[in-house]
Design a protein around this ligand. Structure first.
Ligand SMILES: Cc1cc2nc3c(=O)[nH]c(=O)nc-3n(C[C@H](O)[C@H](O)[C@H](O)COP(=O)(O)OP(=O)(O)OC[C@H]3O[C@@H](n4cnc5c(N)ncnc54)[C@H](O)[C@@H]3O)c2cc1C
Length: 195
């Protein structure tokens, strides 16, 4: 295992992978647990690269977001913990009407990286004049850790871009999501506050 972890370090960068780590700094409920190594992915491409490397080398891995719902079974996780801090958020498309008053946006699509914190997703959408994510205002979970269970997200999901069990990028909707998928990005459809 150590040789494989060293191979991963050589690919992801010596300064980016921490070895023999205490999980208490990264997850909520695992105070006395440890892991062989952790990599903090700051973008979706880093997340994909880390997962693909683990698959290629047959190294066990787990992707975590905020770590509020992860429980490790064994005292030592022999593998790579991938902490997802990808954070891009953007307006993907808008629908509206042009009138004398200007362009009135009626609805929009937001694309969020899976590491985006839900309260940031609320703030971004609110700032854009969009409604529907008010109940995420204080949520500390990430998009990737919540798309399987958070109804408010699921209702507005149009597409989920995942890395499937074979390591290929696929577009899914919430009905065909597999628990083998690594969530990379999600696209949500929201209505404007005033239409
Ligand atoms: C006190 C408390 C209250 C809660 N209240 C609610 C609530 O009201 N509504 C609700 O829906 N949930 C609730 N939860 C559950 C949990 O906090 C949320 O689901 C949260 O949003 C999980 O996000 P996270 O980033 O912390 O996920 P994590 O805990 O980091 O991960 C959760 C699971 O998702 C997996 N995962 C994480 N990221 C990815 C990814 N990119 N791709 C694939 N798998 C991934 C992890 O491997 C793990 O299995 C609550 C939890 C606690 C502790």
């Amino acid at each position: 295992m150590q040789n494989k972890i060293n191979l991963i370090i050589s690919q992801l960068g010596e300064l980016r992978v921490k070895k023999d780590i205490d999980l208490r700094d990264y997850v909520q409920f695992n105070n006395d647990k440890k892991a062989s190594a952790i990599f903090i992915a700051t973008s979706v491409s880093e997340l994909s690269k880390a997962v693909s490397l683990c698959k290629e080398l047959h190294v066990p891995y787990i992707v975590i977001g905020s770590g509020s719902k992860v429980v490790f079974k064994d005292p030592m996780f022999l593998g790579l913990v991938i902490k997802n801090r990808s954070q891009n958020l953007k307006i993907f498309g808008i629908k509206g009407q042009v009138s004398r008053a200007g362009i009135g946006i009626r609805e929009a699509f937001i694309e969020a990286d899976s590491g985006v914190i839900l309260s940031d997703l609320f703030m971004f959408s609110d700032k854009q004049g969009l409604k529907g994510f008010d109940d995420l205002k204080t949520s500390k979970g990430t998009v990737g850790g919540s798309v399987f269970s958070n109804l408010s997200l699921i209702e507005k999901l149009t597409q989920i871009i995942v890395l499937d069990s074979q390591g290929s990028e696929k577009i899914r909707d919430s009905s065909d999501l597999s628990n083998q998928d690594v969530i990379l990005r999600a696209i949500f459809h929201l209505k404007a506050k005033e239409v």
